[in-house]
Design a protein around this ligand. Structure first.
Ligand code: PAF
Length: 311
């Protein structure tokens, strides 16, 4: 989400600000693969797909609201995908809140929810690994080397099972979105991928299912990420070079204290490669990315901006 078009929705499990035109029926919820495929045949017209891992917040609900504007029906999947978690990551601890998720989806309207078990998605252990390529090997891919292969696998499988007209993903996970765009393009997958801007809480913190791990004091420190991105965007707006944009953002994080930086990077928003001496010259559509640990919680955030790259 750019600083200019940020929508500061309040975080709410079951928000009251859904558009009044959306249906308010409890969605049809299915679990098995067979029931999902059968339920899809009962949806005439186009499908907009929103894939989630549950623990839904208003960022997810914004994806659903947007999906209604792109397709006749909205299908939501809720699945904590084991193949995108490495051993020792928070797969077991990841919040699973199906009833609350369905209640939240009822407020924005969804036609069908697929909440499968791992064996419904992976009836057999997969033999194929999808290499996310250069877009996915650095940044999040450096900290989590198998993560994007797992994301690519599950997204490909669910797209193939669902065959939606459009699939919507949040810009909060900007690198994930770039990886998905890359494999959908390279594999000629017949779906339109739509990125939806980050939804921020009133204190500027980007909504994330992992925010619930933060103590009140850590939550206050977590605000520094959005402040750092904003300061970086302000530096870019007055023509600062990439290294200075990054330095300005880092300074804010360092000044906060207790924010353990994993990376602060400025990438070309199309190639997702760092802006540096080898980059294209001129005004480049870029994205400033931060990953940092606050307490034991690893947070990511980003902001789109135009950056002046000189020779
Ligand atoms: O962004 C997520 O929640 C997940 O990575 C996704 C896209 C649902 C795939 O499991």
């Amino acid at each position: 989400m750019t600083s200019g078009n940020a929508k500061n929705h309040h975080h709410a499990a079951a928000p009251t600000n859904a558009s009044p035109s959306a249906a308010r029926q409890r969605p049809h919820v299915v679990h098995s693969r067979a029931d999902y495929l059968s339920a899809l045949t009962e949806l005439p017209g186009s499908v907009g797909l929103v894939m989630t891992m549950g623990a839904l917040h208003d960022g997810h609900l914004e994806l659903v609201r947007q999906a209604h504007t792109h397709a006749d029906h909205v299908v939501v999947t809720i699945f904590v995908n084991p193949t995108q978690f490495a051993p020792g990551e928070d797969f077991d601890a990841y919040p699973r809140t199906l009833e609350a998720d369905i209640a939240a989806l009822t407020t924005v309207g969804a036609d069908l929810v697929w909440a499968p078990a791992p064996e419904d998605v992976y009836p057999e252990a997969p033999l194929i690994t999808l290499d996310p390529g250069p877009v996915g090997h650095h940044l999040e891919g450096a900290s989590r080397p198998t993560h994007f292969a797992g994301v690519a696998l599950v997204v490909t499988k669910v797209l193939n099972l669902t065959r939606p007209k459009v699939a919507l993903f949040g810009e909060k996970d900007a690198q994930q979105l770039a990886v998905i765009r890359a494999f959908v393009r390279d594999l000629d997958m017949p779906v339109e991928i739509v990125g939806v801007p980050i939804v921020r809480d009133t204190d500027g913190v980007a909504l994330s299912s992992r925010n619930q791990y933060l103590s009140p004091e850590e939550r206050t420190r977590a605000r520094a990420l959005n402040r750092a991105l904003t300061v970086g965007a302000e530096a870019a707006a007055v023509g600062a070079a990439p290294t200075l944009v990054i330095a300005a953002a880092r300074q804010v994080l360092d000044a906060e204290g207790g924010v353990d930086i994993d990376y602060v990077e400025l990438v070309d928003d199309h190639s997702f490669q760092p802006l540096n001496a080898g980059s294209a010259r001129g005004r480049v559509q870029a994205r400033l990315l931060i990953a940092a640990r606050v307490g034991t919680t690893r947070l990511i955030d980003n902001m789109a901006m135009t950056v002046e790259v000189r020779g």
